[in-house]
Design a binder for this molecule. Structure first.
Ligand code: NAD
Length: 468
């Protein structure tokens, strides 16, 4: 078993002890229900390559199952199962009514051109269709490491080619481009969720004092590993909306540091033109890209891959908060070390749940065949306008045009998506925090998050009357 899967299961076992649930029920919640392992040939240049790929459905207690598709050279069955497992707990934690799933294709995206990647994605989708491992009511993929809206559009197009007559076919995959049945705010969702979660956590003055921080995000120093979809949006939104200072960034090619702060938008432009973050003006080169994990900062955001903070480097972590934007970046052993050091580890299943939350909104939009806000935007606008007119009439004062515009605006899809996401992250944190504070025997937030998730999943099984 891989370190990652072992870590997930170790964390589960640790939390299970606090639930008082029957052994058989806990076993059913823990195990992975189905894994489809596939090999298929794809023509690359003049020869064929055999591609290894997977789709794991961890739990069917709620349907459809849901989880991203990862393109990475490191993909293996245990990793996919570990990620599918985390998805089950994540969905339960944030009240997204899905079972957990995950897909993986063992390729390095750097070794294929766009045409070849499209061929691989479409063939992988065909395999899923043939085995009934995809569909709006069965299993709904989304982006993950190495994939994005483009790949989701290819998946949708392949599905529509085969199942075009299905009225809800567009809900077979989420994370699609907005003009391809997607939803506004999905691309930024995981990173924005990280921001909302951190903002909420940092708002508890007493909690922050306990770990040596002041309340609020303004002026906090942040280090980010991985400037992909999750890392980029998390860093950019924490910087631009939260007023945080990004002091260190690591990418594939290395790590950089600047005490004064790194402008993320400028850094992204620089990387696009130079092909690297190294040499970005005003920054120092760090010895190794892993040094980002042990740099002095308030918040560390690992947003690349799993198993980054291990028992080998955990003692050197200097951040006060480790926000697991990636899945599984802190191993179970490293988590124990960080806890003992008094570092708050915000678990992946909570802090990166923004992606699946907005995927849920996208799926709902696909099933309803209508953009959020279409029915009520103008109605709200007219009502607010009447209220503003009344206030002006009664007070005899004129409200400035700019303020009036703000006060009377009806919500667009993006406003509703962000509002729903913020609400989800705040509510879920409240549940985790309550459990953490209430049960003295629970010593870390990950265990508390697992307890909340396990209890929610168990209530589905218990309501079936299968377990006493
Ligand atoms: P991505 O492919 O968009 O970005 C990952 C980035 O990390 C890439 O730019 C890559 O070059 C960089 N990277 C890889 N190894 C690195 C290393 N050792 N040091 C520094 N940088 C490195 O992937 P993503 O979608 O942002 O996913 C990142 C993590 O977040 C994964 O663990 C994924 O499972 C998790 N996640 C993603 C989503 C989502 O909506 N995309 C949702 C929840 C969780």
């Amino acid at each position: 078993m891989s370190n990652f899967l072992e870590s997930v299961n170790t964390n589960f076992d640790k939390a299970a002890k606090h639930t008082g649930l029957a052994k058989g029920l806990l076993e059913q919640i823990k195990v992975c229900n189905s894994v489809y392992q596939m090999r298929f040939p794809v023509k690359v240049g003049n020869s064929y390559q055999v591609i290894e790929a997977y789709r794991a459905q961890h739990s069917h207690h709620r349907l459809p199952t849901k989880g991203g598709i990862r393109f990475s050279q490191k993909v293996n069955q245990d990793e996919v199962v570990a990620l599918a497992t985390l998805m089950t707990y994540k969905c339960a934690l944030v009240d997204v009514p899905f079972g957990g799933a995950k897909g993986g294709v063992k390729i390095s995206t750097r070794e294929f051109n766009d045409e070849q990647l499209e061929k691989i994605t479409r063939r992988y989708t065909m395999e899923l269709i043939r085995k009934n491992f995809i569909g709006p009511g069965t299993d709904v993929p989304a982006p993950d490491y190495g994939t994005g809206p483009r790949e989701m559009a290819w998946i949708l197009d392949t599905y529509l080619t085969m199942k075009g007559g299905e009225i809800d076919a567009a809900g077979c995959v989420t994370g699609k481009p907005v003009n391809q049945y997607g939803i506004r705010g999905r691309t930024e969702a995981t990173g924005r969720g990280v921001y909302y979660a951190l903002k909420e956590i940092l708002s508890y003055e007493k909690d922050m004092k306990e770990i040596g921080l002041t309340a609020g995000m303004e002026g906090k120093t942040i280090a980010v590993q991985g400037l992909g979809n999750v890392g980029y949006y998390a860093a950019s939104i924490c910087q631009n909306e939260g007023g945080a200072t990004i002091v260190s960034v690591a990418e594939y090619e290395g790590a950089i540091y600047s005490e004064k702060g790194i402008d993320i938008e400028k850094l992204m432009k620089y990387r696009k033109s130079k092909g690297s973050i190294m040499g970005f003006p005003g920054t120092k080169k760090m010895k190794s890209r892993k040094d980002v994990l042990t740099v002095k900062c308030d918040i560390l955001i690992p947003a690349a891959l799993e198993n980054q903070i291990t028992k080998g480097n955990a003692r050197s972590v200097k951040a006060k908060i480790v926000a697991e934007a990636a899945n599984g970046p802190v191993t179970a052993e490293a988590g124990e070390i960080l806890n003992k050091k008094g570092i708050m580890v915000v678990p992946d299943m909570y802090i990166n749940a923004g992606g699946v939350t907005v995927s849920y909104f996208e799926w709902l939009k696909n099933l309803s065949h209508m953009r959020f806000g279409r029915m009520q935007k103008r109605f709200d606008q007219h009502r607010y306008q009447k209220l503003v007119d009344l206030v002006e009439q009664k007070t005899g004062k004129v409200i400035a045009a700019k303020e009036k515009k703000l006060l009377t605006r009806g919500a667009d899809e993006i406003d509703l998506v962000r509002s729903g996401l913020e609400e989800t992250m705040i509510t879920a944190y409240g549940e985790i925090r309550d459990t953490y504070k209430r049960k003295k025997s629970i010593s870390d937030m990950r265990t508390a998050a697992f307890v909340v998730a396990i209890n929610k999943i168990s209530s589905d099984y218990l309501s079936l009357g299968i377990w006493p």
